[in-house]
Design a binder for this molecule. Structure first.
Ligand SMILES: [Zn+2]
Ligand SMILES: [Zn+2]
Length: 163
């Protein structure tokens, strides 16, 4: 059945010189994958792609799966950048033999990772920052070229099943 998950992530923007900080239109989300029949697989979604990539497990390796990034919107409000993404994917019940646990429509401990790009005005160098569910907060990210602080994360991304 088709499932939809909404991811909402809020980051505080540091008051440093503009680094053209932007959300990259890709995200990694853990899902219980009916194709390789494993729980909590990191699945890579890219806006505009017609399918997603499941990282699989050691034996099976990565594979395509039925999923897409249905929407990807971000807004800036009160020195915060707020991303709201909706991921659609196909889910079917199965039993993970290795963990001996049944699959869930939204995996038991959902996890997400985001990527943000920037351009350092000092050095004209670009780079990438990431933020994810399982980091110690508050967590800050700064530019490695000029050491200006860029973002701060105070709360873990919010992940909820819509349908
Ligand atoms: Zn898989
Ligand atoms: Zn910089």
């Amino acid at each position: 059945m088709l499932r939809s998950v909404e991811v909402t992530t809020v980051l505080a923007l540091a008051a440093s010189p503009s680094h053209n900080l932007h959300w990259r239109d890709t995200l990694e989300l853990s899902l219980d994958c009916f194709v390789c029949q494993r729980l909590g697989r990191t699945t890579i979604f890219r806006l505009g792609a017609e399918r997603a990539v499941c990282s699989g497990d050691r034996e099976s390796g990565e594979h395509y799966t039925a999923g897409r990034l249905a929407s990807f919107d971000h807004t800036i409000r009160e020195a915060q950048t707020i991303l709201r993404a909706v991921v659609d994917y196909w889910w079917a019940p199965f039993h993970d033999e290795k963990r001996d646990q049944p699959a869930a429509a939204l995996t038991r401990t959902p996890w997400v990772r985001h990527h943000l790009g920037y351009l350092c005005p000092d050095q004209q160098e670009s780079g990438e920052l990431t933020t994810q569910t399982n980091i110690v907060r508050p967590h800050s990210g700064s530019c490695p070229y000029c050491s200006a602080p860029l973002i701060e994360s105070h709360e873990a991304p919010w992940i909820r099943l819509l349908t």
